[in-house]
Write a protein that binds this ligand. Structure first.
Ligand SMILES: *Cc1c(COP(=O)(O)O)cnc(C)c1O
Length: 494
C-alpha cells in the first residue's frame, strides 16, 4: 500500500515514511492510494479491540511486520484505558453513545495518540532514521495533552505543543502546562487554533528551515490529524461499535447504521468515511458543528468560506475554521484530482474561500448548534436519561435531533462521545443548574460529581496539586523563533 499526496499524486511513499514525515513537502496530505476492503464482517464479531485493531490496521500499514504491529497495538491499548472494551457503547434511551474518553487524558484523541508513538518509533527503525525527531503539534485543547502524555520521556523524540492561550478550557490548559518529561515543551500562542495550526503547517512546509534543522540533526514530524498515523487507528472504533451492536443482537447482519460526529478538524468523521469505503454498512455520517458552522455551510452549499470570525464556544476543541482533513475527503470524492485540490487549497489560503459544484456528498448530512441549544441538550439528557454529556458530545446529540426532525429516519444511530464532561466542568455544571459563581474549577467538579452521583476522574482531580512547569507564550509570528530557542539551534531567519 502506497500513500500519495493530495496535491501531487506522483509523490508516493510507504506508510512508515508517511507517519515519519507527517505532511507532504508540497503542503498536501498523505492518503492511501486505494482504500482497502473488509469482507465477511460477521467473522470479526468475536474479536476484542486489539484483535480488531490488528485486522484493520494490517491492511493500511503494509510495511510494518506482523510482530511489530502487534507490539504497537498491545502497548497502546492496555491499562491506560479504564475500560477493557477501550471504546464502550452505552445505550441511552435507544440511542447509542460510543464513549471514546476512557484513556489517560479523557478525550478521544487518546485512541490514536496512545499508539502513534509506537508506530513512529517503528517507522524510525524501518527507515533507519538517525536524526532526532521533533513532533510539532498545534492543539485546539485535547490533542496537545494526549500527545504530551504519550510522547513524554521517549528517547530520540522531542515534542513541542502550541495551544491557543484563550481558546482552551481551564482543565485542558492545566493538563498541558503541568506536563512532566524532559523532552516536552508547551507554548501558549496569542491567537486562536487556526493561527496555531497555520503556523505549524507553514513550518512543516518550510524547506529552508527543514534543511537547516537537518544540518542540526533534527527532523520534524506531526502528531496532528494531518498525520496519517492519527487517522488509521480511528477507523477501528467505527467497526468496533458496529460489531458490538451486531454481537448483542441490536442490529442484523449488513444492517446500516448512522454515526453522528462532533467535528472540528474533520479527522474523526473522515475515519468514519474510510470505514464506510472499507465496507462497513453506514447509512449517513452526520457532521455536527458548533457556532463555527463552516462545515455545515459547505456540506449544504458547496461553498467553503472562512471569511468569518472564529467564535470561542463551550466546545473549544471544535473552534476551528480551517478543517484540514476535508482536503482528504475532497481528493477521494473528486476521483483523486490532485490538480483540482491544489488549486482549491491555494484559493482558500489566498482568497479565503472556494466553491465546488457537483459534489457527491450523499453520504453526509450536516447541522450546527448554538451555545444555548448545547446547554439545553446537556440539561435535558441529564434530566430525562440521567446521562451526562460533555459540550462536544452535546453538539452531536443536538445535530441528531435536528436530523430526526428533518428526515424521520429511524436507522439505528451511534453518537460519537468525544470527551469526559469533567474536562469541561464549568459549562456542564452551569448547564445542569449548578450555580458556579463562587467556586473555583475544582470546587465546580466536586459539585458536579455530587449532583450527578459520578466520580471525578482521578487524573483530573490530581491536577490540583501539580506544579506548573510551562510558562511560555508567544505571538503567532514568533513560533519559529521559539522552536529554534528550544532546540538551541543558531541563525536562520525567522
Ligand atoms: C478534537 C476533538 C473533536 C473534533 O475532532 P476532529 O477530528 O478534529 O474533527 C471533537 N471533540 C473533542 C472533545 C475533541 O477533542
Amino acid at each position: 500500500m502506497k500513500y500519495i499526496s493530495t496535491r501531487d499524486k506522483s509523490i508516493s511513499i510507504t506508510s512508515s515514511k508517511g507517519i515519519l514525515q507527517g505532511i507532504s513537502r508540497d503542503g498536501g496530505l498523505f492518503v492511501p492510494e486505494i482504500i482497502p476492503k473488509i469482507e465477511n464482517l460477521e467473522t470479526f464479531k468475536d474479536m476484542d479491540y486489539k484483535q480488531l485493531a490488528y485486522s484493520i490496521m494490517r491492511k493500511y500499514l503494509t510495511d510494518y511486520d506482523d510482530i511489530s504491529l502487534k507490539h504497537c497495538i498491545n502497548k497502546a491499548y492496555d491499562e491506560k484505558f479504564s475500560t477493557e472494551e477501550i471504546s464502550p457503547l452505552v445505550d441511552v434511551g435507544g440511542v447509542y453513545y460510543l464513549e471514546l474518553f476512557h484513556g489517560a487524558t479523557f478525550a478521544f484523541k487518546d485512541i490514536a495518540l496512545s499508539i502513534l508513538p509506537y508506530l513512529l518509533k517503528e517507522a524510525i527503525n524501518i527507515n533507519k532514521e538517525e536524526k532526532e525527531i521533533v513532533i510539532l503539534t498545534a492543539t485546539s485543547g485535547d490533542t496537545g495533552k494526549a500527545a504530551l502524555e504519550n510522547f513524554a520521556n521517549i528517547k530520540g523524540i522531542k515534542i513541542i505543543v502550541f495551544f491557543p492561550e484563550d481558546g482552551v478550557s481551564n482543565i485542558q490548559k492545566l493538563q498541558m502546562i503541568t506536563q512532566e518529561g524532559e523532552n516536552t515543551f508547551v507554548v501558549g500562542v496569542k491567537g486562536d487554533f487556526d493561527d496555531a495550526q497555520s503556523s505549524v503547517k507553514k513550518i512543516l512546509n518550510d524547506s529552508d528551515f527543514i534543511d537547516f534543522l537537518d544540518g542540526n540533526n533534527y527532523r520534524f514530524s506531526s502528531a496532528n490529524s494531518i498525520n496519517i498515523g492519527r487517522l488509521i487507528p480511528q477507523i477501528v472504533y467505527y467497526f468496533h461499535s458496529y460489531l458490538t451492536l451486531l454481537k448483542e443482537g441490536n442490529i442484523a447482519n449488513d444492517e446500516k447504521i448512522n454515526f453522528v460526529v462532533p467535528t472540528g478538524n474533520f479527522g474523526n468523521i473522515l475515519a468514519g468515511y474510510y470505514a464506510k469505503e472499507m465496507g462497513l454498512p453506514i447509512n449517513k455520517l452526520i457532521c455536527a458543528s458548533n457556532e463555527n458552522n463552516i462545515l455545515t455551510d459547505f456540506i449544504n452549499t458547496g461553498i467553503y468560506d472562512r471569511r468569518r470570525k472564529l467564535v470561542l464556544t463551550s466546545s473549544p476543541s471544535m473552534d476551528i475554521l480551517i478543517s484540514s482533513n476535508l482536503e482528504r475527503l475532497l481528493f477521494h470524492l473528486s476521483g483523486q484530482d490532485d490538480v483540482l485540490i491544489k488549486g482549491l487549497m491555494e484559493q482558500l489560503s489566498e482568497e479565503g474561500y472556494y466553491e465546488l459544484e457537483n459534489l457527491h456528498l450523499d453520504d453526509f448530512k450536516a447541522y450546527y448548534s448554538s451555545e444555548e441549544e448545547i446547554s439545553y441538550s446537556i440539561n435535558r439528557v441529564f434530566q430525562q436519561c440521567n446521562y451526562l454529556m460533555d459540550p462536544h458530545t452535546a453538539v452531536a446529540h443536538n445535530a441528531y435531533e435536528k436530523y430526526r426532525l428533518e428526515t424521520s429516519d429511524n436507522t439505528k444511530t451511534v453518537i460519537i462521545s468525544t470527551a469526559s464532561p469533567f474536562k469541561f466542568g464549568e459549562s456542564v455544571a452551569s448547564s445542569i443548574g449548578i450555580d458556579i459563581s463562587n467556586y473555583d474549577e475544582f470546587q465546580i467538579l466536586v459539585e458536579l460529581g455530587k449532583k450527578t452521583n459520578t466520580n471525578i476522574p482521578k487524573g483530573i482531580l490530581d491536577l490540583k496539586d501539580k506544579r506548573i512547569l510551562h510558562k511560555n507564550s508567544c505571538n503567532k509570528e514568533d513560533v519559529k523563533k521559539v522552536i529554534k530557542r528550544y532546540l538551541k539551534v543558531g541563525e536562520i531567519d525567522d
